[in-house]
Every structure is written in structure tokens, then in C-alpha cells.
Design a protein around this ligand. Structure first.
Ligand code: F6R
Length: 614
């Protein structure tokens, strides 16, 4: 939620900030702003709306300054408006701040500052923070870096911030707790951003600040990182970025979401590349090998995640129980953190997160760690908070996912979790050699089978056209494909704004069947392996109530074809891997419907890609 970007160096800051904000827009896009600093002061331009609106508004801004900050917002405190947009000035106009996160105790701080004569133009917690910093600077007569540190020690909440002082046009102070902050290190220049995408073409050297760390960035001076609480100096760890520019551009597709759907064959191959040698029966992931005992002896595996990642966790529950024979519980991280969960030594918590920044999932990790459980992170974003907070983990290597609706993250998460389950299943002796090899060989074929599924795109476009005006939609699946039904429904509602629900097919008769009439499209996952006959009966029940059936079937299926209004074929595979194929047409169906309805597919309303607030 919210993207922050900054630059200090020899180049003009403005184009770097605007380009950076465009890349971070997935994190929030209800308002945007920039601040540029030079000898004449700090010049600020901000607006409700997107980064394109900001560029239009900033046309007359003096663009020569070499230091600046930018922000793209997902509103938490205060509605999206020009006034609530970042950056925010302090009362004197000397300081300017950008902030991603939430200052939870902003209300008492605000009241205290008002008692001391401060006034506020916005409703944001951020404006409180910048004035608190100013107050410390004035009262304690300290420099900006120290004032930021003292002020942050009075706050409760989460932040990634960058602050500039009008009187020091060669300095930016940054700090983080709970929200991500990467520093790109160039040749006598620094870039700041919520992730590395804004500076990838300028430098491959990045420092990811850890929670509770701050840094003062100045030209002609080495960077210094300090612990916010105890002021100790911390050695910067410079990481080499693997990402390249092509990965974060649309590459000829109309939308990132479509590009990312079509990237799934290569993304899945990247997930298992170097980790699985199917013909030799090898699965080798250091995070697993180093902790094999923990997985082998686990009393229980608890999976904590949110949204689509939670759906991947549900698929993994079926796979783990089937192959690894370890009991699994799948938890919404947001619920888990506020229960009094029974978890302790001998339990393994797998935290799944594309962004690696989801606040609820982070909180679940902390609880698990406090109680002595072993935490394994499955993340896509390298260097993300969750990957660092976990005891061990595995990256999905899906490449940057920029469309807000998760697609390739889901299928690569299932892939890596399948590999883990297979490795443990083998270790525990649950699989015969033949079974084990056949799983591996089948997994290796999945990228090609997804390519075959993607060929149905034109056909799916026609199906989308037939149902684009539906008001509601049901998704049904059983077994491994029940979570796919949930995921299909989530994809449709989040990008098309059509109401959709996913159910286990057999649950239909316990309530949802009352909704079925000739207006109700029902998407049924009816692949051959996976309680086929039972699902066929469910289809009959829908048909006899005049519901419209869109069935996802195995290639060559004739029985369902005769009953359904539309069928979409996917190749046959092991039952455990069917979600990797059946998900594809559901993603495409949602995509086409959303485009036909004129929705902003990559940036649906009210959403953000990285949910760093509760
Ligand atoms: C849906 C979607 C969200 C995320 C959820 C968790 O398409 O993208 O439901 O899956 O916010 O995000 P991560 O995986 O980054 O923790």
C-alpha cells in the first residue's frame, strides 16, 4: 500500500521519480505527488488521481533539481484528495515527508501537537509525523537525522518514510518499520523505493533496510545505517539484483495481467529449474534440505496466507496430506493473528506471500516464532520482509507480478509447494519409486500443458462475451479443484466487479442451489481425474434448474460437453496438478469480461498489490 520513491545525485530527479512512480503504481493509485529540492526551497506538486494526472499537473514545475521524493497513495487515513496526497509539508514548510504505512497513535500525537500550536491541513497520520519530527528538531535543537530517530521512537505503527529538509538540499533521511524500503546505490547517487523496480536501469546494487533501521543519504558521503532504537551503526549489506527491465514492462501485451497469465509456462519452469531433475528423481532446495528433520518430524504444518496466496495454501493442503501425509491446517493470516492459536515447537508454519510484505502474514510469522514453531516462507519478491523474517524459505522465481490480480504467483506457489510435498513424501517413504517418478515427470510437463490451455484464449473470449453482463456467478469444484473455484470467483469479482462465489460442488445443495435460475452462470471444474461422476451429478442438478453451465473439462470429454452450455478443455494431468491447468481458463475468463466491461484490469478500484496495513 503506497509506493515511495526518491533520488539524490547528479541527474535530474523529476523524470526518475515519475518513471519510478509509474512502476510502483500497483501499490496504490488513488493520488500521487512529488517534491523537488534545490537552493530555492522545496517545490511540491500533488494531486488526487494517478501518476499520469500528476505529470499533467506538474507541467510547470521547475525540473532541474537533483534531489526529490515521490509518492503514489492507497488511502488509509483520509479520503483520496489533493490535500491528503503526499508529500506533506511540516508547519514551517521546512520539512517534507513521504510515508508508506500507518502511524497508529497518530491521534494522541496530533492532539499533543495541536496543544503546542501546530495545525493540520490534511486528515493524514503522515502530516502528524512530519510535524512531530519538526517539533523534535526545534525543541531539542538536533539535525534532521536525529529528529527523525527521536520522533520515530515515539510512534506506534508501520512506516517506510523519506524526509527532506529545505535547509539541506543534499540530504534525504529514510527509515523503515514494517513497510519495505530499498536503497539503490549508484555512483555518488542514491535511489529510494518501495521495491527495486524504479532504479533497475540505473544500478544493480541494492540495500534493503531491515525493520527498525534508518539511513542518512548524502552525496559525496558514504551511507550510514543506524538502529532507530539504540542508535548503533549497522554495516550495509549490498545485494546484487537479478531483475531486468524487460521483466517489468508489458512486452506488447495490452495489460500486465494478460502478460503474466501468458508467462505462466516459463514462470513455472523457472520455479522448478535447478531444483528438480525429473529423470534422476532429484528434488533439491537448500531451504528444505537444511531443515529436512523439521519437515519430516513436523506434528503439523500450518499454512498462513491471505487472498490468492491463501487459495494456493488450500491446494497445498490437499497435496501435502496426499503425498507427505502430514496434517495441514490452512489459516487466514488475519484470523490466526488475533486468535489464541495453538502452535509451538514441532509445528511448521509455511507463510505464503507473493509480495512478501503482507502485514497480516508477517504478524502470523511473529506469533509462530514467539511460540517456538519453525517458519518457512514462500515468497516471490526477493529480499522481501517475509522472506527475511522466516527461518528458511524458497522463492517462487515467478518474476515481477505487476497486475494487481495475482495470476502467475498462484501457479508458481502451487508448484513450489508441490515440490516440497514430494520431497517430504519421498523422505517419509510414502511414495513408491514409480509414483514418485511419475509425479516429477508430470510436473515437468506442466509448462507445455499450460501452453496448450492458453490456446483456448480466443474461445474463452467468446464465452466471456456471452456472460459479461451477468450480475452474479457461481464457481464450483471438488477436491484439489475446490480452491480453484474460490480463486476463479476471486479473480472475477476483483477485476470485473461482478459478484461471484466459489463453493465445493457438493455444498451447492446446502444453500447456493436456491440462487440458480436461467440468469445464473455456473462455472464448474469437471476434469476427468477428480470426482468426475459426482461433479457430473452436480451439473445435472444445475441444469434441471436452468442454470447456465460453463464447464472446464479434460481434453476429449464428451459427457459433460453434451450437458454444458460451454466447455473449455485442458490437457489431462495428475489429479494433484490439475489446479495448475484449470486455473488458466478462469484467469482468462475474468480478464476478458473485465476488459469488455471497460474495467481497469491492472489496477482495479480500491485494491493495492501489496497490503502492508491490517
Ligand atoms: C488477489 C490478490 C490478493 C493477494 C493477497 C495476498 O488477486 O492478489 O488476494 O493474493 O493480498 O498478497 P501476498 O501474496 O502478496 O501476500
Amino acid at each position: 500500500m503506497c509506493g515511495i520513491v526518491g533520488y539524490i545525485g547528479k541527474k535530474e530527479a523529476y523524470p526518475i521519480l515519475i518513471k519510478g512512480l509509474k512502476r510502483l503504481e500497483y501499490r496504490g493509485y488513488d493520488s500521487a505527488g512529488v517534491a523537488l529540492s534545490d537552493q530555492n526551497g522545496i517545490h511540491l506538486c500533488k494531486t488526487r488521481g494517478k501518476v499520469d494526472d500528476l505529470s499533467a499537473k506538474c507541467e510547470h514545475l521547475e525540473k532541474s533539481p537533483r534531489i526529490g521524493l515521490g509518492h503514489t497513495r492507497w488511502a488509509t487515513h483520509g479520503e483520496p484528495s489533493d490535500v491528503n496526497s503526499h508529500p506533506h509539508y511540516s508547519n514551517s514548510g521546512d520539512l517534507v515527508i513521504i510515508h508508506n504505512g500507518i502511524i497508529e497513535n497518530y491521534d494522541p500525537l496530533r492532539k499533543e501537537l495541536m496543544n503546542r500550536g501546530y495545525s493540520f491541513t490534511s486528515e493524514t497520520d503522515t502530516e502528524v509525523l512530519v510535524n512531530l519530527i519538526e517539533d523534535v528538531m526545534v525543541n531539542e535543537e538536533v539535525k534532521l537525522g536525529k529528529a527523525v530517530q527521536v520522533a520515530l521512537n515515539q510512534t506506534i505503527g508501520a512506516y517506510a518514510i523519506a524526509v527532506m529538509d529545505k535547509k539541506k538540499p543534499n540530504e534525504i533521511v529514510v527509515a523503515r518499520l514494517g513497510s519495505p524500503l530499498a536503497i539503490g546505490v549508484g555512483d555518488d547517487e542514491y535511489f529510494i523505493a518501495s521495491d527495486a523496480t524504479p532504479f533497475i536501469e540505473y544500478t544493480k546494487d541494492a540495500i534493503y533496510l531491515n525493520d527498525g533501521e534508518m539511513a542518512v543519504l548524502r552525496t559525496h558521503k558514504p551511507l550510514k545505517i543506524r538502529n532507530i532504537k539504540d542508535d548503533s551503526l549497522i554495516d550495509p549489506y549490498v545485494q546484487k539484483l537479478q531483475m531486468n527491465l524487460d521483466q517489468i514492462e508489458k512486452g506488447g501485451y495490452d495489460h500486465f495481467m494478460l502478460k503474466e497469465i501468458f508467462e505462466q509456462p516459463s514462470a513455472i519452469a523457472d520455479t522448478y529449474r535447478g531444483r528438480m531433475l525429473a529423470d534422476r528423481g532429484i528434488i533439491n532446495m537448500s531451504g528444505i534440505e537444511d531443515n529436512l528433520d523439521k519437515f519430516r518430524n513436523a506434528k503439523r504444518i500450518i499454512i498462513a496466507a491471505c487472498g490468492t496466496s491463501w487459495h494456493a495454501g488450500l491446494v497445498a493442503e490437499y497435496i501435502f496430506e496426499d503425498i507427505a501425509r502430514t496434517p495441514v491446517e490452512v489459516e487466514y493470516a488475519s484470523e490466526f493473528r488475533y486468535r489464541n492459536p495453538i502452535i509451538g515447537e514441532g509445528d511448521v508454519l509455511i507463510a505464503i506471500s507473493q509480495s512478501g510484505e503482507t502485514a497480516d502474514t508477517m504478524a502470523a510469522i511473529e506469533i509462530a516464532k514467539q511460540n517456538g514453531a519453525f517458519v518457512f516462507g514462500v515468497c516471490n519478491v526477493v529480499g522481501s520482509s517475509i522472506s527475511r523474517a522466516s527461518h528458511a524459505g524458497a522463492y517462487t522465481h515467478a518474476g515481477p507480478e505487476i497486475g494487481v490480480a495475482s495470476t502467475k504467483a498462484f501457479t508458481t506457489q502451487i508448484t513450489i509447494l508441490s515440490l516440497i510435498a514430494l520431497r517430504i513424501g519421498k523422505e517419509k517413504g510414502n511414495l513408491s519409486k514409480t509414483e514418485y517418478f511419475s509425479y516429477l515427470r508430470e510436473l515437468e510437463l506442466i509448462p507445455d500443458k499450460i501452453k496448450k490451455s492458453l490456446v483456448s484464449n480466443d474461445h474463452i473470449y467468446l464465452v466471456a462475451d456471452a456472460y459479461k453482463n451477468a450480475k452474479n456467478c457461481l464457481y464450483l469444484g471438488r477436491g484439489f479443484n475446490f480452491p480453484v473455484a474460490l480463486e476463479g470467483a476471486l479473480k472475477l469479482k476483483e477485476i470485473s466487479y461482478i459478484h461471484a462465489e466459489g463453493y465445493p460442488a457438493a455444498e451447492m445443495k446446502h444453500g447456493p442451489i436456491a440462487l440458480i435460475d436461467e440468469e445464473m452462470p455456473v462455472v464448474v471444474i469437471a476434469t476427468k481425474l477428480g470426482h468426475y461422476e459426482k461433479v457430473v451429478s452436480n451439473i445435472q442438478e444445475i441444469k434441471s434448474r436452468k442454470g447456465k453451465i460453463i464447464a472446464i473439462v479434460t481434453e476429449g470429454d464428451e459427457q459433460v460437453k453434451e450437458m454444458a452450455d460451454h466447455t473449455i478443455e485442458v490437457p489431462e494431468t495428475h489429479e494433484a496438478f490439475t489446479p495448475l491447468l484449470t486455473t488458466i481458463p478462469l484467469q482468462l475468463l475474468s480478464y476478458h469480461i473485465a476488459v469488455m466491461l471497460g474495467r481497469n484490469v491492472d489496477q482495479p478500484r480500491n485494491l493495492a498489490k501489496s497490503v502492508t496495513v491490517e
